[in-house]
Design a protein. Sequence first.
Length: 641
Amino acid sequence: MFEIKYKDGAGRAGVFEVRGKKLETPYLFPVINPKRQVLDVKEIERLGFNGIITNSYIIYRDTALRQRALERGIHALLGFDGVVMTDSGSFQLYQYGSVEVSPSEIVRFQDEIGVDIGVILDIPTPPDVGYERAERELEETLTRAKEAARLSRKMLLAGTVQGSTYAELRERAASGIAALGFDVHAIGGVVPLMEEYRFADLARVILHSKLKLGHAKPVHLFGAGHPVIFAFASLLGCDLFDSASYALYARDGRYITARGTYKLEELHELPCSCEVCAEHSARELKGLEAEEREHLLAKHNLISCLEEIKRVRQAIYEGSLWELVEQRARAHPALLEALRVLKGYSAQLERLEPVTKRSAFFYSGMESLSRPAVARHIERLSWIERRGAELVLLPDCEKPYSRTYRLASSERYHVCIASPVFGVIPLEIEETYPLTQHEGVATLDREQLAFMRRVIAEYAQRFTKVHYHISLEFLGIEGEAFDEVSQFRFAGGEELKLRALADYQLGKGAGEALFAGARAEYSRRTGRIRRAFVDGELVATLRASDGIVVPTIAGAERLLRLRYPRCRVVVAEEARQFAKEGKSVFAKFVVDCDPELKAMQEVVVVDESDELLATGTALLSAEEMLEFERGIAVKPRHRRR
Ligand code: GUN
Ligand code: ZN
């Protein structure tokens, strides 16, 4: 069973429980060669790996190995108690064109030798083959998948998505695989893309597969065992990886880093401090005998892979995975190309993007403008109701903007910052994620300029009159220039601000429902709004760290005026009492919810007759909480008294 703990982008950090053993995802399975292992399994275990992958077909084909595996089981054969996954011989199919075992025989064999996660004998169709071949082989893979899914078994089973480089076939394959109830969804046929650095094509393959795989099962990206791709593939929602590269590269005298691979001869320094690199200089490594060098290189390579996997997990936890991916994209233009592919899938990615994160939004170049958080911001600008106001545009400056300029938006003037990162930042919402917590650069590049012009021009159309600060002349805004900011000086507008925040965070009309006639209480320490009252009743608090509006029970009652199922998570009758007592709402008890709900959004928990039970924070997006059978969907905050 798979459970999400933290999310960032379309990536997830979670726990995959395999027959009582737990893997922390994203997880990397080191590939073990049952015949020739450079790194002892015990050594791999000591580095912190509690799952490995080996090849059942190699064992099956070797009479002695097969006998031992059948007698003693795979764990004893390998000397490993953790999770053992085995591949099926599909890779040999790809290499040699045929294998001498039937699809059901090899699945049965994996189960018989006590494997924890087996794989079907899918047909790994290479990239760019003719459409007919790709389709024919895919149909065969799906037929085998159906057969395998029917076999009774003790192990978990992975079904593989094929379809070559055809988006439509990948989607068809994913729909087919998703319908069969596998425990793991694998994406296959991508090794040549990895080898040829065709990361843009790899991105498309993953995106189209993910589109139809659903969310509830862990996704294994077969054969993507190099750290340059871990952050990227994780961002797109891959959870499991396997690496033979650590050993294959070592044999070739190649040294793996998250920035790329070096030939040992090229290295003057070892840019790493793992136990191998701490104890040896580059020159010493080069001078070693082949066997020892291979051993040490394999160890370094595997540590290097593990380090990047841990970095990815940390990035998901803190919400900096996009930043990590953008950094990695600078390691090779092919990765940058892949990053640019994501721009075309903004809507798909936005649905899974959390609404707030622990870490700040760091601008790292023009690609940052294509992040879902930016597209979302621009869409949500239109959710803010400012009928009849005039637009006032000011240049970017030190945050908080309203303090630097000593002004606020009023009924008449809707004051905004012309932002090189978000286009337009209304002062009403400046204190909310990702606007407060963002760092940009002062020198604009050409793309930012074009971006600002486009966003501002579009936004300005909503207003009868536009005033812009004279220093923004370079943006070519239609309107009236001014140079005296003080004419707009204004200190109130707290209801406007509250309503804009609610509209922006919870959707059109939320401001009216929650904050009509609201009064604000300010924090003496920060000078920011801390609590909001309507008719003397506390309806919401504002979280200091990210300006998120946290409704009280009274506030939640007001939000329920919004048409069903807006802002709601509906729990099944059997979980009603738990929710009412302020306990976590588990995903398996969620029967319905606001389809627009995003992870980290504040929600109202109701029962099936729309009666208010509690409030809380959604940890999953709408589609995820409806699909998952495991894990927490809503972390409780207030309960109805
Ligand atoms: N290893 C590398 N690629 C593949 C693939 O497409 N399918 C399977 N089963 N294993 C692989
Ligand atoms: Zn090292």
